[in-house]
Structure formats: structure tokens, C-alpha cells
Design a protein. Sequence first.
Length: 263
Amino acid sequence: MDISTLFNVKDKVVLVTGGAKGIGRMISQGFVENGATVFISSRDAKACEQATKELNALGKGKADWIAADFYKESDCKKLAEELAKRTNKLHVLVNNSGSNWGEPYDTYPDSAWVRVLTLNLQRVFTITQLVTPLLEAAGSSTDPSRIINIGSVDGLRVPSLETFAYSASKAGLHHLSRVLASHLGARNITSNTIACGPFQSKMMKATLEKFQDMIESGIPLGRIGTPEDVSGTCLFLSSRAGAYVNGATITLDGGSVISSSKL
């Protein structure tokens, strides 16, 4: 039970949606640096291509990309079809792609719900369902395939920002992950969620520029998350060390949720 065996992901095949930027990029790099083959996918083909070049330059694992607009069901199907052409199995699916919409309650539009819920919740199910045959092909009872859903602390607590659809979508994602864990465990596939606190990303950029000091003051560890924090958690869940974790929601936030719950 040495560390090199327990946390080994070498030669595993991984798909990271939204893997070219932000938290997705942090996760992709963590896998590549530890010898995995990573497919990244988003609608930004240029960003995917550039990220792939940079990841392959690390010289450890491998990276490839498949462009897809997840708002379109047809593109989700094309992603699954193209992935099946390039590999006959998938060890890890990281559902990371997401969107947000902030607007005051009185003007919050119906279109925001459609946009945010489609990408953050519905398409997680769509993509997972489509690649399940590849996940089944890779899994065993002692080394199951893994679904890792990137959730948010805003799905666990009431945020101060007026991001109604986002918070609801992440709370739904957390529960969907548990439902998937129950249904797919018998197929040697686990499903877990990482409820992320603040990390440096496109979605958080504007907020951190204005309020980083205030945000960090409310986190017991006094800082936002780093690439090592989120990639390390994914590596744990994807390795032999995390093989028996199923249906969990791991709060990765430096303690912000427990801090906000103080009376």
C-alpha cells in the first residue's frame, strides 16, 4: 500500500469538460502531470488547441481535444462518438463545464434559468449517459470508473450574490451525483462531487478582483484555492485510494461553509 500505487493514475483515460480554462485546466494539468491521457472539450476550439499544446509540452501524460458546444444535444452526441473513435474506454469523466448569471431578483430573467440549468445540470446527465459504455468498459469492482462532478459551495449555502439559477443548479448537481452513484455503482462506476469554494477562474475573475480580501477573510485557512487543491482531490478520487468513495460531496473550500454557518 505504498503511495505510488495508492495514488497512481498513470495511463488512465480522462475526459474533462471545460478542461481548457480555469478549474478545468487545473484538473487537466494534474492528470497529465501524473501520466494520464486527457481529453479536454469545450466550444472554444482555439482554447482547447492551445491548452493541449501546453499540456503535451509537459512531457508526461498526453492531451487531446474535441470541440463541442454542450448547449446543443447534437454536439454532445458528436463528442461521445468522436471519443469512442479515439479510445475504447474511459476511466474518469470530470463534468466541469458550467455557467453563471448574476442579476438582481426583480429583473432576473427566465432565460437565465434555461441557460444555466441546461449546462450545469441537464448536460451533466446527457454527457454522462452518452459515455457510460466507455466508462463500463474501463471499470472493475476494485478499480471502478469515476464520475467527478464539479459542484459549488453555493449549492450548499445561501450565497450573498444574486445568482439564483447557479445556486439551484449546483444543489441539483450534488443530488444528481448521489442518484448516479446509486444507479451506476452496480456497473462499476462511482459518482462523486467536489463542492468548490473560490478558485481563480474566468467565472470568479471579476468577483475576486473586487472582493478577494473580503472573501479570504471569511475562509478559516485565509486563502482561495490553488491548482494543487482541486487537482489533488481529483487524483485521490480517481486512484486506488478513492476507489471506495461513492455518492460523496467533498467540500473543497478551506472551511468557508462552516465559517458562514457560525451563529
